[in-house]
Design a protein around this ligand. Structure first.
Ligand code: XCC
Ligand code: SF4
Length: 647
């Protein structure tokens, strides 16, 4: 192995920096090398003013050429490009949801192999919510009808999507008034593709409102369905301890990594990894056991339900293979870098692609089938065990960094934890917000991105917010970043929280940063906000709440869709770097200023975590003032007395 010059740090995570050096020494390029090779990045792209929507073009807007060949200006072009990103993000989350609904349907009809209804309570609750009869019916009958109901949410309908009614009534009215209620997930995506086709929708305001509509089909429909069906099939998450970072890979075990987003196959892998015969088979090949760990959101899903360890977030996928200790990486959909095949080629790692819509050149394609899910899992694990013999122990470099974490905070759990054993309720949380011990709530979500010192944006923002007594909810790669930094262990996090937030967390037994799941589980964050609202005392609409959202290191189109459905839901969203719209002053102004007067939410870009925290706090205090809960002590005492009298 040749040794190259020392690499400057690319992350606050030492495991990443160590592996980047190892990659350089082994002359295996990684995402950071390719990022450098792409410099300088195209300015027209970053500004959103490159259009290739028709073949008169491509056109780009410059000071000399202010219009495309068809006459489209920067506003139209930037808005259209943004809309297509929203549509792609919505499609990705929602198609993931559809796959799960299909699994639910197969289970209901006895064709689901070893899959079961894991959470009958959640099934009946969801069915009840959507007017499906549950009395004296067995789970499978209900599941069949619920699956059909959910499936129908994808197609176009005259009615607005039924799952929108999960949102507060006032918000639903506003969507109706603004004409942005989606009427089907697929049709919303199709509509965006249509209206952004050459020569259709040209008014940037009209376009952006269309984008919000599509994003709602993501957050309140496709993603919401993905979350609830995952809970029904695999169980509603409960707090669970596990470990995170590349150090979870075991030098003496067969290491299998699951990577992507859809949890169906990984559920079976999690179960099959305990199969005694397979464990014995692994031992017969000289391994001490079978270690299944995850990357990205598949990781979050199996972490929350099985406590499986997480090997890392988005930017660690290549590094996991570079440890030389991974026998097999099983990929499904989304956030899987095409470079994995290139890295795997340099090691013994077998790359297996399991989704019928996702193939990788040089990866083995074993398309997953629900009815045979368990058998697939067994076959894959066997193949991984067989591959253990090919591991070159001289090339094994597992960074010794692994952190404890607690994850699995579904709404249901928070509800029970807050209310105690006898009366589940969000009341204690609302009271704490009202009397100011908790200033507000912020969701930190999204990816990691080589443009940013990896994990630094997530960790510093989270620390800054809990220090200022803001409760933080996390999902996706943001949650993994904070977990690696030791922030998802209640003790450590509580040590970093402000005094009053700490008191509340200790009294209730929750950490100040709650890991709520995968990217589709941002729907859980929307529902948490809705629950707080329904509990009372904090206004009537989501836009009244002292809450915010942030994506400090985002990169995917899914993150673009998420940002928009938060904004469409009335929430203030701070991005660590701008959307590709800055080539249009009008679109930027609409998204970052005027939108507040339309939906109550808006975007802000702020790369500096401390300044981002300042802005989030300013927003939260503005909302608290409007709610008149920022009042003097006397009033607070009176409130408490009043409450005692009521009891
Ligand atoms: Fe992908 Fe969900 Fe982003 Fe991570 S955070 S890089 S989308 S895995 Ni959603
Ligand atoms: Fe150029 Fe208009 Fe065609 Fe876009 S749609 S490529 S701006 S001519």
């Amino acid at each position: 192995m040749s040794t190259s010059t020392p690499r400057p740090p690319v992350s606050r995570d030492p495991a990443i920096n160590e592996m980047v050096q190892i990659a350089a020494d082994a002359a295996v390029p990684t995402v950071w090398d390719r990022y450098k090779a792409q410099h300088p990045q195209c300015k027209f792209g970053t500004q959103g003013v490159c259009c290739r929507l028709c073949h008169m073009g491509p056109c780009r807007i410059t000071p000399k050429a202010k219009l495309g060949i068809c006459g489209a200006d920067a506003d139209t072009i930037a808005a259209r490009n943004l809309l297509r990103e929203i549509a792609a993000g919505t499609a990705a989350h929602s198609d993931h949801g559809r796959t799960l609904v299909n699994t639910l349907k197969l289970v209901a009809h006895g064709k689901g192999g070893k899959y079961r209804i894991a959470d009958s309570f959640r099934l009946r609750e969801a069915a009840g919510l959507f007017g499906i009869d549950t009395a004296e019916r067995d789970d499978l009958a209900i599941a069949g009808e619920l699956a059909d109901f959910f499936m129908a949410q994808f197609a176009w309908s005259e009615e607005a999507n039924a799952t929108l009614k999960l949102a507060p009534a006032k918000r639903q009215e506003l969507w109706k008034k603004l004409g942005i209620e989606p009427r089907g997930v697929d049709s919303s995506v199709v509509e965006i593709l249509h209206r952004t086709h050459m020569g259709v929708d040209h008014d940037y305001r009209h376009l952006i409102m269309g984008g919000l509509k599509c994003s709602l089909a993501d957050g309140w429909v496709g993603s919401a369905i993905a979350t609830v069906v995952s809970d029904i099939l695999f169980g509603t998450p409960k707090p669970i301890r596990s470990k995170v970072n590349l150090g979870v890979l075991a030098a003496d075990q067969v290491n299998i990594i699951v990577h992507g987003h859809e949890p169906t196959l990984s559920e079976m892998l999690a179960v099959a990894a305990h199969d005694e015969e397979l464990v014995a088979y692994a031992r017969s090949k000289g391994a001490a056991g079978i270690n299944v760990a995850g990357i990205c959101c598949t990781a979050n899903e199996v972490l929350m339900r099985h406590g499986l360890p997480i090997a890392g977030n988005f930017l660690q996928q290549e590094l996991a293979i570079l440890t030389g200790a991974v026998e097999m990486m099983i990929i499904d959909v989304q956030c899987v870098m095409p470079s994995l095949a290139q890295v795997a080629r340099c090691f013994h790692t077998k790359l297996v692609s399991t989704s019928e819509i996702a193939a990788s050149v040089d990866a083995e394609q074993i398309t997953f089938d629900v009815a045979e899910g368990y058998e697939h899992a067994v076959r894959l694990i066997r193949a991984a065990i067989d591959n253990f013999a090919h591991r070159d122990s001289g090339r094994v470099n597992i960074p010794q960094h692994a952190m404890e974490l607690v994850a699995g905070f579904s709404n249901e759990t928070i509800f029970h934890m807050l209310g105690g054993r006898f009366r589940s309720t969000f009341r204690p949380l609302n009271d704490a917000i009202i009397d100011g011990r908790i200033r507000g709530v912020c969701g930190i979500i999204g990816c990691s991105n080589p443009k940013v010192m990896a994990d630094d944006g997530h960790v510093r923002l989270a620390e800054e917010l809990i220090k200022r007594n803001v409760l933080v909810l996390e999902t996706g790669c943001a949650a993994i970043a904070c977990a690696k930094a030791g922030l998802l262990v209640p003790e450590a996090a509580i040590a970093k929280a402000g005094e009053t937030l700490r008191e509340v967390c200790e009294a209730v037994g929750i950490p100040p940063i709650l890991h709520m799941g995968s990217c589709v589980d941002n729907s859980r964050i929307l529902l948490a906000a809705t629950n707080v609202l329904l509990e009372g005392g904090l206004g009537e609409d989501l836009s009244d709440l002292p809450v915010a959202g942030a994506a400090p290191e985002w990169m995917s189109e899914k993150a673009v869709a998420i940002g928009h459905y938060f904004v469409a839901s009335g929430i203030y969203v701070v991005l660590g770097h701008p959307l590709y719209v800055e080539g249009s002053e009008n679109v930027t102004k609409l998204l970052c200023e005027e939108m507040e007067g339309i939906t109550g939410g808006r975007f802000e870009w702020e790369p500096d975590p401390v300044l981002a925290a300042d802005k989030i706090l300013a927003h939260i205090e503005k909302k608290r003032d409007a709610l008149r809960i920022n009042v003097k002590k006397e009033r607070k005492l009176f409130d408490m007395k009043e409450r005692r009298e009521l009891q």
